[in-house]
Write a protein that binds this ligand. Structure first.
Ligand code: SF4
Length: 366
């Protein structure tokens, strides 16, 4: 049963130096329109599946480079084709410099009820270091105009672990974030992905990321500060007010079925994980020929599913059932003794110290 639909918009105004998402600077409205039509053609190739859609997530890239009418056209056509829950969560990612009141009003009227804002920081120096073009005022205007248009379920993205960032810088950011009437905050540690301009700089020694101890202190500060402001962590990088966790992203972490549409989008259907081509040219060509633009299929065996449950479940604050890792009980005891994990109600839950080395812990457990 397909519960969620993800749509990837691979266009951005500029390419941020740390970003490893598939996106290219394309502002040509005709290319954007053709792409959206092709998304719908791709969707047609799947509508024989069993859909009971609870969430639609339009991400990217920068979906807010598209005109709001084009986004509405996309959502309306998807809603006509398959069964959608009576109260779906429909999210659009927006950059702070793009949409204002009139745009949000158009989105709201078509049923879009959640936005996720690529705010990243309220400190000018951080925005500059991240190569972002918006200002802190743009974020405030975005939140304000979305609220006025009736969209109250708002997420703000934050990036921490920027070179030279101090704990007091981070506290200033947290203060600014929590002073806005938003429901959800995603805080991501800056990662130097290989082959990105940032990754290349780090490799050459021209940019240094903070030491592990400082990163741990930053994570603890974020977690404690947000908790005090009633944002509760439910996943490694996500905090929400009660009732405002992201339903769509939880589908991924809980191993439910979802369909991804568009360039580079991944899906998980009928026990098979598969991913689309990363090339816009190939994508358009294949879809226009009536072919699924899939680059790889990866059937998930029961053993792989078990491993995935461990890996994804450990990201969640509720952790995983201890039974899943009984065979590794000595390692479990060791990480509990070292303060990297706790056992609560027969579940294994990572501590902040464990979260920082979660990849290592997962790999040992699977
Ligand atoms: S706007 Fe977002 S998706 Fe686009 S390049 Fe920057 S980080 Fe990547």
């Amino acid at each position: 049963m397909v519960k969620g639909v993800y749509i990837h918009i691979p266009f951005c105004g500029i390419k941020c130096p740390y970003c490893d998402f598939v996106s290219t600077p394309v502002e040509d409205k005709n290319i954007q329109k053709d792409y959206i039509k092709n998304i719908l053609k791709e969707f047609d190739l799947y509508i024989d599946k069993n859909f009971s859609v609870e969430s639609i997530y339009i991400g990217g890239g920068t979906p807010s480079l598209l005109s709001p009418d084009l986004i509405v056209f996309l959502i309306e056509n998807i809603s006509k084709k398959v069964s959608i829950n009576t109260k779906p969560e429909i999210t659009v990612e927006v950059n702070p410099e793009n949409y204002r009141f009139a745009d949000f009003k158009i989105l709201k009227e078509s049923g879009i009820n959640r936005i996720s804002v690529g705010s990243q920081s309220f400190l000018e120096k951080n925005l500059k270091a991240l190569g972002r073009k918006h200002t802190p005022e743009d974020v405030i205007k975005t939140v304000d105009s979305a609220l006025k248009a009736g969209i109250e379920n708002i997420n703000l993205d934050m990036i921490y672990g920027i070179s030279g960032q101090s704990l007091s810088d981070l506290e200033k950011d947290l203060k600014a974030y929590t002073s806005l009437p938003v429901k959800h905050i995603s805080a991501y540690m800056l990662t130097a992905y290989e082959d990105t301009p940032l990754g290349i700089k780090v490799k050459k020694g021209d940019y240094s990321l903070p030491e592990e101890d400082l990163l741990l202190d930053m994570f603890k500060l974020i977690d404690e500060y947000l908790e005090k402001k009633s944002f509760h962590r439910y996943e490694i990088s996500n905090w929400a007010k009660d009732g405002y966790h992201c339903r769509h992203n939880l589908l991924y972490w809980e191993g439910k079925e979802f369909l991804g549409l568009g360039v580079s989008a991944w899906s998980y259907l009928n026990g098979v994980r598969f991913g689309n081509t990363k090339s816009l040219v190939i994508y358009n060509k294949m879809v226009n020929k009536g072919e699924k633009p899939v680059e790889f299929y990866d059937p998930i065996t029961p053993e792989e599913k078990r491993k995935e449950k461990i890996f994804l479940g450990l990201r969640l604050k509720k952790g995983i059932e201890l039974d899943l890792v009984r065979e590794k009980i000595d390692f479990v005891k060791q990480i509990v003794e070292e303060g990297l994990a706790q056992i609560k109600n027969n579940r294994l839950v990572l501590t902040p110290e464990g979260i920082l080395v979660s990849n290592y812990i997962s790999s040992m457990l699977i």
